[in-house]
Design a binder for this molecule. Sequence first.
Ligand code: FES
Length: 96
Amino acid sequence: MTTDGSWRRTAQERGDAVTIAVDGEPVRACRGETVAAAMLAAGAAFERDRIGAPRAPLCNMGTCFECAATVDGRPLTRTCLVPAREGLIIETPGRL
Ligand code: FES
């Protein structure tokens, strides 16, 4: 929270920079933000639907599974619930 009482985040309040790997590509994130947020900011692909249209996180609270990916070898992990930390390896089913 800022000193004026608002909830706007400032650069000073963000965590240290970390690098995660998404489908083998480095993606910068801030420690503590979710993997889904880092992937969205980087334009990384999420899952695709049956006709190949891209999907993206919808609820950001662990309910819809639209953000599911393999995280450090654990399949179907909801990336909106995983805090970014150095060295995480994300594999998406989104690449066609
Ligand atoms: S965005 Fe809905 S479960 Fe992650």
